[in-house]
Structure formats: C-alpha cells, structure tokens
Write a protein that binds this ligand. Structure first.
Ligand SMILES: Nc1ncnc2c1ncn2[C@@H]1O[C@H](COP(=O)(O)OP(=O)(O)O)[C@@H](O)[C@H]1O
Ligand SMILES: [Mg+2]
Length: 325
C-alpha cells in the first residue's frame, strides 16, 4: 500500500478535494488522506510514500518534519531542501541565464541591522551605496519588494528616488529588492504541475482579490501562449518545483517573469474559480499517483532542478539569446 498525504494550513477547499480525487480513481494499492503527524523521531520513516506540502513555509516544525520524512524515502512535493534554499532574488538571477525575460532587479541590504548585529557586523558593505547607479539601472517606476516574500506583503510601487527613500525607511530588517516595473498590457498566472502540466490563467492584479482570475478571458495569440508555456517549463525545470505558479507581465508582446517562487500556490475554489480548481485538483491528483507509483521504498525519492543536477556539475550556465528580441 502506498499512502499519499497532504499537509495544509488554513485553506478549506483544495486539500479534501485533492484527497477525494485521488481516492475516486481507485488505483490499486494507492490511497490518499489528510496527513497526520504525531511523534517525530530522528531518522524514522513516515507512513507516506508521497506528501504534498502546502504549508511548511509558515510552519517551520513541518519543514523539519518533511526533511526527516524525505530522508526515509517520502517523495515530498515540493522538495523541502530546495524550497529552504531558494528566494526571489536568486530566482531572478538564475533566470538571466535561462533566456527567459525578467525585469531588471537589484538586491539591497536591509534598512535596519538584523537582530543582534550592529554597524560592525556589516563592515564589508561600502557606504554609501551607489544609489545613482542603482536607480539608473532599474529606472522608475519601480517595484520594491522583499527578496523572500509572498501574499503582496510589503510590495511598493515607487515613482522616484524620494518615494524610494521613504519606503526604504519603512522596511526595517527586511531584505528588499528594487525592480523595474513592467508596464503590462496582459498579465498571466500559470500553474505548473510535475513540470509537464501547465495552465495559463489570465489574471488582473489591479482588481480586488476575488475578481483577479479573469472569468471570460479575451482570446490570446497562440504564439504568446506557446512562449509562456515554454518559459514556465524552463523555469520549473531549472528550479525543481513540481507544484508552483509563475506570473508573467506582458509588455510589447514579451512576457516577463515576475513572481515564480510560489511553491504553495493559491488553489482555493473561491479565488481561482470552478474551472481552474477542477484543473488543479485533477492535475495534482494525477501527479501524486504517478509519484506513488514510481516511489521506491527506502531510497531518496526527492526531485531536484537542473540548477542542482546539471549546472553544479560543470555544465556552463550561459545566457541564451531571448527568442523574442
Ligand atoms: N516588476 C513588476 N512589474 C509590474 N508589476 C509588478 C512587478 N512586481 C510586482 N508587480 C505586481 O505586484 C504584485 C505582487 O508582487 P509579487 O512579486 O507577485 O509579490 P508576492 O510574492 O508578494 O505576490 C504582482 O502580482 C504584480 O501585479
Ligand atoms: Mg505574486
């Protein structure tokens, strides 16, 4: 018997629908359930062949539990080690090597010293920073957001250097990045599941939350959709996410990757809508079943991205020419 579990937080629609969908397929010797955790002992296996993680970003205890589970062979989706290592600035940096357009982005030191540090802790940092050079590179308007954020928290849109310094003074100990604003005509949010199934959803970030997934989307050029699908797969193959969303802002026909570090993406019926919900439940259930079938007892069943498996073993990462240029 191979058991599939799902670990979740405050969401109420996706987890049970996922479990029901897996079980409704009546696969021989595969069952799914809402995961149960009790005693967590070092090196001891869990009862799960596959665990879908929807919440360890908020519950560090779960992240540690998942690493321990992976050691004993649980296929954890997404890979908890990579998820711990990754952040948005690195995502952007890697993307510059993949031929996928990204907005110009710089990393900035936190405005306040991190806890228990002072000016002596950061003596390698030149003062002042080359603000002129930074502003010239990024340009205004610009987005200013945490290098490891989510849920639109502490995201600013800024028009000039004065705005910037005001905002910077509000960001405390957060490490932030300043990013070229893409003045977009279209915006897409795309599910990527198992690095094979892609669902491109028109999304209007300027609307209130419950109206953002566009209900009756206008037709989009086939060529643009193909490019977006290709970019989604390139990004997730490089990063190694099996369940993610990638956002693109389209300017002058070119899709720029904006936010592609969403390893527990929104999958709530009430926000994504009926059709997207049906798609994500079905696709995630099929992925989990494939992972359960290919699961091998007692070995490491995690998956990794090309950045880890190829790029680190001597393969040169060189910028591809952007196909749209
Ligand atoms: N460089 C950018 N150009 C245009 N819009 C952006 C840019 N960065 C962020 N946004 C807008 O701000 C929203 C939130 O930013 P995002 O990077 O997705 O942060 P979070 O991870 O908190 O969701 C995006 O959905 C998009 O609408
Ligand atoms: Mg986002």
């Amino acid at each position: 018997m191979k058991k599939i579990g799902i670990l979740f937080g405050q969401e109420n629609t996706f987890p049970q629908a996922f479990v029901d969908r897996v079980n409704s397929k009546k696969e021989n010797s595969i069952i799914a359930e809402l995961a149960k955790i009790n005693k967590v002992i070092q090196g001891e296996p869990t009862e799960y062949a596959v665990l879908i993680d929807r919440i360890s970003q908020d519950i560090p205890f779960y992240r540690a539990y998942l690493k321990n589970a992976a050691l004993s062979g649980t296929a954890v989706i997404n890979n908890p080690f990579w998820w711990s290592a990754d952040e948005k600035f690195f995502n952007n940096a890697l993307t510059t090597r993949l031929g996928v357009p990204v907005p110009k982005t710089v990393l900035l030191p936190s405005n306040q010293h991190p806890p228990d540090t002072n000016e002596f802790s950061m003596r390698n940092l030149e003062y002042p920073l080359d603000w002129q050079g930074i502003f010239e590179y990024v340009g205004f308007p610009a987005f200013f957001k945490p290098f490891a954020g989510g849920g639109w928290k502490n995201v600013y849109k800024l028009d000039n250097a004065d705005d910037f310094f005001k905002a910077y003074n509000e960001t405390g100990q957060l490490v932030m990045m300043l990013q070229e604003a893409i003045d977009f005509t279209d915006y897409f949010r795309c599910y990527s599941i198992d690095r094979r199934d892609v669902r491109i959803m028109q999304y209007d970030p300027k609307q209130p939350h419950h109206l953002r997934y566009v209900k009756n989307p206008k037709p989009v050029e086939e060529k643009l959709l193909k490019t977006i699908e290709e970019y989604v797969l390139i990004l997730n193959n490089a990063l190694g996410y099996d369940f993610n969303t990638v956002e693109f802002a389209v300017r002058d026909g070119i899709p720029y990757a904006i936010d592609f570090c969403n390893p527990a993406p929104d999958a709530d019926y009430h926000s994504v809508g009926e059709e997207n919900f049906e798609w994500v439940v079905e696709s995630a259930a099929n992925m989990a079943i494939r992972k359960a079938k290919s699961h091998k007892d007692g070995v490491n069943n995690l998956t990794w991205g090309d950045f880890i498996t190829s790029f680190t073993s001597g393969k040169k990462i060189s910028p591809n020419k952007n196909k749209n240029e």
